[in-house]
Design a protein around this ligand. Sequence first.
Ligand code: HEM
Length: 199
Amino acid sequence: MAGSKRQARADGGLRAHLRAATMAAHDLLDASMQAASGWQQRADYARFLELQHSARAPLEDWLEANAPAALRPPRQTALIARDLAALGHAVPDPAAAFAHPRSERGDALGAAWVLAGSALGNRSIARQVDRIGGGVWPVAFLGDGAMLEFWQALRERIERRADPAEAAGATRAATAVFAHFLSVSNAASRVAERADMAP
Ligand code: HEM
């Protein structure tokens, strides 16, 4: 959401710190995803879901291997696969592995925040998809209640102040997750550009 929809909050907790540190990355990602697919047409929405599946699969694997249970957001790739099947699309190949080293305090927390926080944006995208698709496009992923529940549980932890080492680890991991998503999205938008230029 380019510009102003996502404001930094100066309340001193880790969440505010992460939001401020990744705001530019989020805006870039938002713009890239609009260029790669958007969701104005049924086919655009299917591409949006394909991109989400490719990007999230390696992140879910990383969290499975590296995060304690309380910091492991519910997997969403199965929901995305269900939506894709309803639209008549196959599940795409996963993106390259998310290679962030598991070495610091805070990194699982930072990665979990990005995936869980994205459910807030998804809630508003779901409303648009509902309107544009006349209420018949599948929204198992965008309307995932389990991720919103996880988000509510995470808030208590993420809105506290963190010590500097934990905040630094969380920020590095969150930044790496945005970079991972951006590289998947930029690759998809290059494909979309080539398709637009094809005779
Ligand atoms: C076109 C794509 C996207 C749009 C339009 C979008 C939109 C939004 C919006 C409107 C919010 C603020 C919601 C609120 O405060 O109630 C938000 C927050 C957020 N989004 Fe996105 N988003 C997009 C993609 C993503 C992706 C792919 C990720 C993760 C990889 C992501 C991660 C986040 C995070 C971490 C937050 C902040 C959570 C917090 O407030 O602590 N977003 N997004």
